[in-house]
Design a protein around this ligand. Structure first.
Ligand SMILES: *[C@@H]1O[C@H](CO)[C@@H](O)[C@H](O)[C@H]1NC(C)=O
Ligand SMILES: *[C@@H]1O[C@H](CO)[C@@H](O)[C@H](O)[C@H]1NC(C)=O
Length: 315
């Protein structure tokens, strides 16, 4: 009788991949103040042909604006660093990406990205927006009118989608923002990104403290919600114009805070730098410490490109 061998199959560990699904629960908290910014008319974004991110941004002269497919040239010219990279899968990339950031605050979750864009890229976005500027508007709540909300948001702005910029710079910046934020969750689907809102604040202009997400208790049910906001400062400001978070780490929440006053954590605009903060907790409720505003410009001019990131496409 042959010797019977029993083979033991090693027990395989089952790895359960938990997807980071963000569910929006009804927000029960009563939220304070002011109106939020008016969402733009949604413009379909052009699908990105090759999502490629550089380690450093290309000089402007590589742009060939006379060619319809200028952005392909832009993408091809990205320097790639193969040195430190790892063997990758078929859907992966052969190069290493580096986007440095600093945590500014955990309450709210706010991150700073120095040198996110180049001076030339910032200037190009300003030039693009200049001719399209209109007074910024607000999404009004019940009982509010343009008259009663006067003075809350005094900047001028323009909504520009990446596909409207033939130089490819906005598409490049959008791709970089997606990489630094939600791309790992929503893959290459950029439909959850709103068009850029490019804003100009002149001396005395400001945006009093507000939330970027829409509290359903005040604005009605929301099919999609703003998770986070990415601000790209397009200019330096000589004085004033800081982005402020009055409730940082829970401070000033019980003092009857005057939404006009500039207190709390202040971020000074620096051309080319980015600021990301989250308006929602991962469970979908609004983070009250994400209240923020733009202090009045005292000297100089402030230019900023805002990108609102939603949990899903706003239809
Ligand atoms: C931040 O807030 C927590 C909780 O309210 C408090 O314990 C802590 O001391 C605060 N940190 C600072 C630096 O004030
Ligand atoms: C959602 O998360 C926040 C932060 O962790 C927590 O304070 C809050 O109680 C949570 N709300 C619900 C409804 O789970």
């Amino acid at each position: 009788m042959p010797h019977q061998t029993t083979t033991t199959t090693p027990q395989r560990e089952t790895t359960i991949l938990s997807l980071m699904l963000i569910t929006i629960l009804p927000v029960s908290t009563t939220l304070p103040p002011m109106s939020t910014t008016l969402p733009p008319v949604s413009t379909p974004l052009l699908p990105l042909s090759t999502p490629v991110l550089p380690l450093s941004t290309p000089p402007l002269h590589v742009l060939d604006v006379n060619r319809g497919g200028s952005r392909h040239k832009l993408l091809e010219d990205f320097p790639r660093e193969e040195g430190d990279s790892m063997y990758h899968g078929e859907s992966g990339e052969s190069f290493v990406t580096s986007i440095p950031f600093q945590i500014l605050s955990w309450r709210p979750r706010a991150l700073y990205f120095p040198n996110f864009a180049t001076d030339e890229q910032c200037q190009s976005v300003i030039e693009l927006a200049k001719s399209k500027l209109k007074p910024s508007s607000l999404a009004l709540r019940k009982g509010e009118t343009a008259e009663t909300t006067k003075g809350i948001r005094t900047s001028s702005g323009a909504f520009i989608s990446a596909s409207e910029d033939r130089t490819g710079i906005l598409e490049f910046i959008e791709e970089k923002i997606a990489r630094a934020t939600i791309k790992h969750i929503t893959s290459i689907d950029l439909s959850s990104l709103e068009a850029f809102n490019v804003l100009r604040y002149e001396v005395g202009q400001r945006y009093v403290s507000h939330y970027d997400s829409f509290n359903p208790a005040e604005y009605g049910p929301q099919k999609s919600q703003r998770i986070a906001s990415f601000l790209l400062y397009l200019s330096d400001v000589e004085e004033g114009g800081e982005t402020m978070f009055p409730f940082e780490n829970g401070s000033n929440m019980n003092i009857g805070y005057d939404y006009k006053s500039c207190i709390g954590l202040k971020v000074r605009p620096r051309r080319g730098d980015g600021l990301l903060f989250y308006s929602l907790f991962p469970n979908g409720t609004i983070d009250k410490t994400s209240l923020h505003g733009s202090c009045p410009v005292v000297k100089g001019e402030k230019w900023v490109a805002t990108k609102w990131i939603r949990n899903k496409e706003r239809m």
